[in-house]
Design a protein around this ligand. Structure first.
Ligand SMILES: [Zn+2]
Length: 338
């Protein structure tokens, strides 16, 4: 007799009992009375796992759990023995524990950015265009409203833009600027991957008397577009979630990412490296056009000087890092490479 517990089907009642195995039959006895009997071949036997009792499940859902966790049924098939030996092999467990994070790291930080960069290089302009337009449509609908600046104020921004663009031989067809009011963004400028740059009323007002500083900010934004930063981030996010979806076997995640990429772009945060790249682009262009890095340094200082209640979203990321001062210093001491 094998002592154990008997669980009635569909109830939480537990009985102390004993199982008797004879030939092709199993019978469960509680208080010398047979409470359940079954053919061995109709039973389900749980996998052999170290430290876990090998329980029997009857066709009606009743279960018998042996008291002795090491008890193994003679009729149990060997199909779970591989699992059992894996589970009891400490070296393999340790390997798996070490390998999983290493694999995840390699996948997410090495393979994914690698694939993403390749994807960006081969990304057709039409895809970038659509990505930018869809994001802009979403942003415009949700967090932008028509500019409340006077026509003259808006025109001043556009003139500055035209002037800069003409001097840089950037495509007039690709790049455009728009001025919007936005409570969400505060004093801010951002660029969408297809070349649309947005300047908020608050930023235009803040730098109304410092057009060269505003030009520096605009050049920084153009830098993000020229270096394809948002396309890079979006494709990294997409590749990463596809990798995770494959790992988890849940393809719904992919649909969410593809459908949600517009909203993801809205509050996109560039990496610190990308900000440095955009800064350097702006500084190099300023130098080329005969302006100085001081214009960019002043723009950063004006944004820092905003009251706390006012949004400083353009600096949101970097203001939390000590590197803001570094950025200002870098702009002041920048010398273009020959
Ligand atoms: Zn930036």
């Amino acid at each position: 007799m094998i002592p154990g517990y008997f669980y009635q089907p569909g109830s939480s009642r537990v009985q102390e009992c004993a199982a008797r195995h004879s030939g092709d039959r199993i019978a469960i006895y509680a208080d010398d009375e047979c409470v359940c009997e079954s053919l061995v071949e109709t039973l389900k036997v749980s996998a052999h796992l170290p430290g876990q009792a090998s329980e029997l499940t009857f066709t009606d859902g009743a279960r018998f759990v042996p008291l002795d966790v090491a008890h193994r049924w003679s009729f149990q098939s060997g199909k779970s023995s591989l699992l059992a030996s894996l589970e009891s092999n400490l070296a393999l467990i340790v390997c798996a524990l070490v390998a999983t994070p290493v694999l995840l790291y390699a996948l997410l930080f090495k393979l994914v950015p690698g694939i993403a960069v390749t994807a960006v290089q081969t990304m057709p302009d039409a895809v970038v265009e659509q990505m930018g337009q869809q994001s802009m449509a979403l942003i415009e609908r949700t967090v932008l409203s028509p500019s409340e600046l006077s026509d003259a104020q808006q025109q001043a921004v556009r003139d500055l833009w035209q002037d800069t663009l003409a001097q840089l031989d950037l495509s007039v067809d690709k790049y455009r600027i728009d001025v919007y009011r936005s409570d969400h963004f505060g004093a801010n400028a951002f660029a969408l991957p297809h070349g649309q740059v947005v300047v908020t009323d608050e930023l235009a007002l803040l730098l109304a008397e410092q057009p060269d500083a505003l030009r520096a900010i605009i050049l920084h934004e153009i830098g993000h577009v020229e270096r394809m930063h948002s396309v890079r981030l979006a494709s990294q996010a997409a590749v990463a979630s596809i990798a995770i979806a494959i790992l988890l076997g849940d393809m719904d995640i992919v649909a969410e990412v593809v459908l949600g990429s517009g909203s993801a772009l809205m509050d996109l945060q560039f990496s610190q490296n990308m900000e440095w790249e955009a800064d350097n682009y702006a500084l190099a262009q300023l130098a080329r056009l005969g302006y100085s890095g001081e214009d960019f340094a002043q723009a950063l200082e004006s944004l820092v000087s905003l009251d706390d209640e006012q949004e400083q979203s353009w600096l949101k990321y970097l203001s939390t890092h000590p590197s803001l001062q570094e950025r200002i210093e870098h702009a002041r001491t920048y010398t273009p490479s020959p």
